[in-house]
Write a new protein. Structure first.
Length: 267
């Protein structure tokens, strides 16, 4: 099994290297036969696995007009790239190995990772020229009861319970532009150093790789056994590429504890 995982990672890295090298072969992308990049009536349709810079901007502008503020920001960032980097950007997002690679790059840890001390913050890992993966963890808690309310002994007892949350996000970044994001969040209650309750978790995503679509399973949640005693939430993401270009599935998990520390993985 280990040798198979190593082989798979080498294949993904080799695929990314080949895609980047292919950018020297030409200076324009042409839509594949039968895969229209814009509707004949002028309406914007998602471009196919290969597309021109103009069609990608039209796709983003169409989403922005529909109220997608993130698409407008990505369009601005894409237009700011040089002509050559725009070409390389489009080449990378036209290959299914791009998004698949980040699931293998984010974490080499399995289920045992949830028993490790939580961490917090963000990190970036380069996968190839112009392609990186970013992980971001965030945490927070509900505001404590007002001092007046805590004068009441019943309310003071209740004040020892705190509602908290923790999230773990993974971004696929191409030439500094965050083109995909998957997030899992856990919501939980603590009392002192104990996790006493896990509320329903949530999962969200965005995707500006037009050839790919994302879906996920229902979020599950639980409290891990001592000594970790973390609140945990999990979902399984599936990315599917148009035209039978491939698909992948990966499990995303997050955990948090009474200190507000958080960890997670996507694998």
């Amino acid at each position: 099994m280990l040798s198979q995982k190593i082989s798979n990672r080498k294949s993904v890295r080799a695929g990314i290297t080949g895609v980047v090298a292919a950018t020297v072969a030409g200076l324009a992308l042409v839509a594949l036969p039968g895969q229209a990049s814009a509707a004949a009536d002028g309406g914007v349709q998602p471009p196919g696995p290969t597309t021109t810079a103009a069609n990608y901007v039209a796709y983003l502008d169409g989403r922005a007009l529909a109220g997608d503020a993130e698409a407008a920001d990505i369009a601005t960032q894409f237009k700011a790239l040089s002509f050559e980097d725009q070409f390389r950007f489009l080449t990378l997002i036209s290959d299914s190995n791009t998004t698949q690679a980040y699931t293998q790059a984010v974490s080499e840890l399995g289920d045992e990772a949830a028993d490790l001390p939580p961490t917090e913050g963000s990190s970036t890992k380069m996968l190839g020229a112009g392609h990186a993966v970013e992980t971001v963890t965030e945490t927070g808690e509900a505001a404590p009861l007002a001092p007046q309310a805590q004068k009441n002994t019943v309310m003071a007892a209740a004040a020892s319970y705190r509602d908290m949350w923790a999230s773990y996000s993974v971004y696929d970044t191409v030439f500094g532009i965050r083109v995909t994001k998957v997030t899992i969040r856990t919501n939980y209650q603590v009392n002192g150093t104990d996790t006493t309750k896990v509320y329903p978790g949530s999962a969200s995503h965005y995707n500006y790789v037009p050839a790919a679509s994302f879906s996920n399973t229902a979020v599950s949640e639980w409290i891990s056994s001592p000594p970790a005693d973390n609140a945990q939430s999990e979902t399984v993401w599936t990315a599917t590429w148009k035209g039978g270009l491939g698909s992948w599935s990966a499990r995303e998990r997050v955990w948090g504890d009474y200190r507000g520390f958080v960890g997670g993985y996507l694998k």
